[in-house]
Design a protein around this ligand. Structure first.
Ligand SMILES: Nc1ncnc2c1ncn2[C@@H]1O[C@H](COP(=O)(O)OP(=O)(O)OP(=O)(O)O)[C@@H](O)[C@H]1O
Ligand SMILES: [Mg+2]
Length: 267
């Protein structure tokens, strides 16, 4: 039995509402009317086979890809709920920089490869208005230490870091501005099993400590079990099943989820 990530929220409050999100590529429906809500501090795992629309869903939520239909609303820090489609591009970018994080599967998309490790973290602080070099450097070093990147690597660009270090650097870069919502697309895939386990442990600790709301895309049900409160199972762009993580993984209702769960057990 895995202990819960966080205590039950006393006053669950919706942070994000996704309704009817739909995206077509030609005749293919990459996302077909996806809907869910996410509370403050809640972790939702989006699982499903390759091509089921998981990454498209994150891109739609982040506003990087325009939806054909549907909406995403978000409770801003001032308490107002905004339909993200009504934000200007500058407002959307500011929100992404200050209140959201996005950890990519491919670190080359999530990091600036020509900038040092310290710079990758520091520039995010500049992005939220910090202009004090000493403080920026100290905070960047502090975050690098938190994600177990040694101080003597601070001037190395990501090209000189290992795959696991790059993912940890992405985490530092995304969390340094204290976001409330973090999107993660397969943050541990492509890494050795032991590196994966350490990274997952680190993410789990930070999520619990910082009370982050997270949408984590993974094809790995073990990751969903370890990290999430709720699971959304996607297939061919549709939500096949959704529920509390232990409920969905221990007692799957949809035939497809049963297959996913049993194929993991058989593996
Ligand atoms: N830019 C694009 N142009 C055309 N088709 C696309 C584009 N992006 C995604 N698709 C298609 O949309 C569907 C969903 O893709 P998506 O990348 O969201 O899947 P996924 O669940 O993230 O898969 P994976 O686990 O392999 O990352 C796939 O059929 C894919 O080929
Ligand atoms: Mg993907």
């Amino acid at each position: 039995m895995i202990e819960p990530l966080l205590p039950e929220p006393l006053l669950p409050e919706t942070l994000l509402t996704v309704e009817g999100l739909t995206k077509r590529y030609g005749h293919r429906l990459a996302c077909d009317s996806i809907g869910f809500t996410l509370d403050h501090g809640e972790v939702l795992a989006v699982v499903g086979e390759s091509g089921s629309g998981k990454s498209t869903l994150l891109s739609l939520i982040a506003g990087e890809v325009a939806a054909d239909a549907g909406s995403v609303s978000y409770r801003m820090r001032d308490g107002a709920t905004r339909d993200l489609a009504t934000l200007s591009e500058a407002e959307r970018r500011a929100l992404m920089r200050t209140d959201w994080g996005f950890v990519r599967q491919d670190a080359t998309q999530g990091l600036r490869m020509a900038v040092s490790a310290g710079g990758n973290v520091g520039e995010r602080l500049m992005g939220v208005g910090d202009r004090h070099y000493g403080r920026i450097r100290a905070t960047a070093l502090d975050w690098l230490a938190r994600v177990e990147i040694a101080a003597d690597r601070v001037d190395d660009p990501p090209t000189r870091l290992s795959g696991g270090m790059r993912q940890r650097l992405q985490i530092a870069r995304n969390l340094v501005t204290a976001p409330r919502l973090v999107l993660m697309d397969e943050p541990t895939s492509g890494l050795d099993v032991s590196v994966q386990a350490r990274l997952l442990d680190m993410i789990r600790g930070l999520v619990a400590e910082l009370g982050l709301a997270v949408i984590i895309v993974t094809h790995d049900l073990a990751v969903a079990r370890l990290l999430s409160h709720r699971v959304l199972v996607m297939r061919s762009g549709r939500v096949i099943e959704t529920g509390l993580t232990d409920q969905v993984l221990d007692d799957p209702q949809a035939a497809y989820t049963q297959l996913l769960v049993s194929s993991v057990l058989a593996a």
